[in-house]
Design a protein around this ligand. Structure first.
Ligand code: ADP
Ligand code: MG
Length: 694
């Protein structure tokens, strides 16, 4: 029996594989203690928060402020001027809470200082009623509007003044900053539950504050220095966990063994012959790298980095076939069902020609038959999602595993499954991180890079279109369709577990069918689709039975239809840079000139960060350049797709600024691993708790 050894030495790999799997840390339900525990969080607010990726108390604590308000001198109440931000302090005289509408509670308090009084208003913070009793001293920061002082942040009683340094969270239209701030404040009530995994001695030598104090410092700092110290502590933890994983991996690797494969044989040479193109120099180089690795009995741990559409899949299949020609098996694992299905379509058609048998195994496809084929060795190559690494999947003789889009696997899924043998593993990522960072973040993974796409490729022409002129974008799209090409229209519907998404997607597709895309065959692809329907839809699009695919971001990775030459992205400002780049990579996969039209509201209505993202996309198609830019802009808004930017597990770390911290974490990790041999149980258990409680 062989199980896939999942990577440990890559960005976000949270824990060494040998950490105990039995403890609380491995009960995901405890990681996900919902936000209902916070006062005032009902279903509607909960779903808004979910759309920002905030589902648990921990998510709120880990929601890093983008910035802090700067202090303002105090203004006497009598001298407040309308529409001007100001700070006042005084005493509460009387207070009332009133339910204005079903979802709106307004809390009002009359606050007085020596100069006069004003009605201060808070929205949707009903719990204030018990706190703002008459006689309470308050310090408020906000704006006078229509004779009332709208409070943005506040301090109560004699507590240290923090209102002036109130955190500014990534803005969102649905959830105004003060509202979010109030929620984080609620979450801070639970900060006592935060476990602290770093040994006391290390905290001392690195002069790190307690982890729970660090959260308080980040969200309610008394000074900017304090906020930064808190952030650095949390960043240190992230980096330490990462580096411990790498350090342990180095240890584990020295003992693990994989089958050493012979030189490339007849099967892969037939494979080369069957390809409709010549491999590029970069692909050849990557292949040479992995041939070198496969010849050794040390399990390969190689990262194949290459931009969207650079031709990684071809290289991956080569690696899998190397296993097959030795009479062993290969496995290709993808983070989503859609992607796994796409890969299967590609792999299967090529393999059929070569007489190689493939199976698909996801949670909804394959199942028993596939499992037994994998166990008996009848299946040479298994393509699937993490269903492939479930305990009931036994490979007869797995020699090579490929993990696509590795950063998108969740922590639980990335948990290594250790067994006596570990296959050679190739990790692929289309989210290139700057070279200088790759080694520190990926640690001991060897890196191969496909730095240039096939030469036949023309760079995608990208334009930014004002929504008011979107009809022209569609006109252009129709011209492509009339010329026998295909197209994508991407809508910014969020892939949450809501059936309403399916309905909204349906409605949008219907609107287009009746309007801009009347007379064309339009298919709708979204994450709520039944797997069989989705496979059917993709097959029809590939077969050109459909002209246009209207899709949510599920097409972000893997979809490979070279005849699709134009894409319209609606409300493009709502997507993250990495996502947009990935989306764009769905076109420009053939020899034809391709286009990507990014439609958004007028520039004046967008945030600066959105403008910069769209400008960056128009300016370059180079994924490396965009990745650099993404790092700079990261944190500027909790956008769709930032979760997928590959480095998003590092919430408090600023990769560029924290180089020093990273070095320290690396040193500390090495010392911990060296000194204790295997990490002491105590430290391991503590780290396991961090996962849960933090
Ligand atoms: P990636 O996985 O890196 O995004 P793919 O492997 O899916 O990219 O390749 C993108 C497209 O380019 C596919 O249609 C593939 O068949 C094609 N392709 C791959 N290698 C070459 C090459 N050397 N010459 C021409 N086309 C290629
Ligand atoms: Mg790919």
């Amino acid at each position: 029996m062989t199980a896939i050894l999942l990577p440990v030495g890559f960005a976000g790999a949270a824990r060494p594989e040998s950490w105990p799997r039995t403890r609380a840390a491995l009960r995901p339900e405890r990681l996900e203690s919902g936000l209902d525990v916070l006062a005032g969080v009902g279903p509607s607010l909960r779903s808004k928060l979910a759309r920002l990726g905030l589902r648990t108390v921990r998510d709120l604590l880990e929601h890093r402020p983008r910035d802090y308000q700067r202090p303002l001198g105090e203004t006497p109440i009598a001298r407040l001027r309308p529409e001007e931000e100001a700070a006042v302090s005084g005493v509460v005289r009387s207070a009332t809470a009133r339910r204005a509408r079903r979802r709106l509670t307004i809390f009002k308090a009359i606050v007085e200082d020596a100069s006069g009084g004003v009605t201060a208003t808070w929205f949707n913070q009903p719990w204030l009623e018990s706190k703002l009793t008459p006689g309470t001293r308050v310090r408020l920061r906000g704006t006078l509007r229509k004779h009332e002082f709208n409070v943005k942040s506040y301090d109560l009683g004699d507590a240290a003044a923090t209102a002036d340094l109130a955190p500014v969270y990534p803005a969102s239209e649905e959830l105004p900053a003060p509202r979010l701030r109030a929620l984080v404040e609620r979450a801070l009530d639970h900060v006592g539950d935060v476990a602290d995994a770093v040994p006391a001695s290390l905290k001392e030598t690195e002069s790190l504050p307690l982890r729970r104090d660090a959260f308080v410092a980040v969200h309610a700092p008394r000074s900017l220095e304090e906020a930064e110290r808190g952030r650095a502590r949390l960043a240190f933890d992230e980096l330490l966990v990462l580096q411990l994983g790498i350090a342990r991996h180095v240890q584990a690797r020295d003992t693990a063994a994989a089958p050493a494969l012979g030189p490339p044989g007849e099967l892969v040479s037939r494979y080369r012959g069957a390809l409709p193109f010549r491999l590029t120099e970069h692909q050849e180089r990557a292949i040479a790298d992995l041939d070198g690795d496969l010849a050794r009995s040390v399990p390969m741990q190689r990262l194949l980095q290459g931009d969207v559409g650079s031709g990684k899949t071809v290289v991956a299949l080569y690696a899998l076939l190397r296993a097959v020609e030795e009479g062993r098996q290969g496995a290709l694992m993808a983070p989503t069902e859609t992607l796994a299905e796409q890969h299967f379509l590609t792999v299967e058609s090529l393999c059929a020609e070569l007489g190689v048998r493939c199976v698909l195994l996801t949670s909804s496809a394959g199942t028993d038959e596939a499992r037994s084929a994998i166990a008996s060795g009848d299946a040479h190559i298994a393509v699937g999602t993490h269903a492939l690494i479930q305990e009931d999947v036994d490979f007869a003789d797995l020699a090579v595993a490929v993990v696509d889009e590795q950063h998108r696997f969740g922590v639980e899924q990335r948990q290594a499954l250790v067994s006596a043998r570990s296959p050679h593993t190739l990790h692929m990522t289309a989210t290139p991180i700057p070279r200088t960072l790759a080694l520190t973040v990926y640690g001991d993974l060897a890196v191969s890079e496909i730095a240039k796409p096939p030469a036949t490729r023309k760079p995608i022409v990208t334009a930014w279109v004002n929504a008011e002129r979107s009809s022209q974008a569609y006109k252009r799209l129709r011209r492509h369709l009339d010329a026998g090409r295909q197209a994508y229209v991407v809508c910014p519907l969020i892939e949450e577990s809501e059936t309403s998404v399916a309905r909204a997607a349906e409605a949008e597709a219907e609107r287009l069918r009746r309007g801009e895309l009347r007379g064309y065959q339009v298919g709708l692809l979204h994450g709520r689709l039944r797997p069989a329907d989705r496979r059917d839809l993709m097959a029809r699009f590939k077969a050109r039975e459909l002209d246009v695919l209207v899709a949510t971001t599920v097409i972000e990775v893997g979809v490979d239809v070279p005849n699709a030459t134009i894409m319209i992205v609606q409300e493009a400002d709502r997507f993250g840079l990495a996502t947009l780049h990935q989306l764009r990579g769905r076109v420009g996969r053939g020899a034809e000139q391709s286009y990507c039209l990014l439609v958004s509201r007028p520039r004046e209505e967008l945030t600066d960060a959105a403008v910069e993202r769209l400008e960056a996309l128009v300016a370059t198609t180079d994924g490396f350049e965009l990745a650099e830019r993404d790092l700079e802009l990261r944190g500027e808004g909790q956008l769709l797709g930032t979760r997928q930017s590959g480095l998003s597990d590092l919430k408090f770390t600023r990769l560029r600024a924290d180089r020093r911290l990273l070095e320290r974490a690396r040193e500390a990790a090495r010392a911990l691993v060296d000194v204790d041999g295997p990490l002491s149980d105590e430290v391991e258990a503590k780290f396991a708790e961090t996962e849960v409680a933090a």
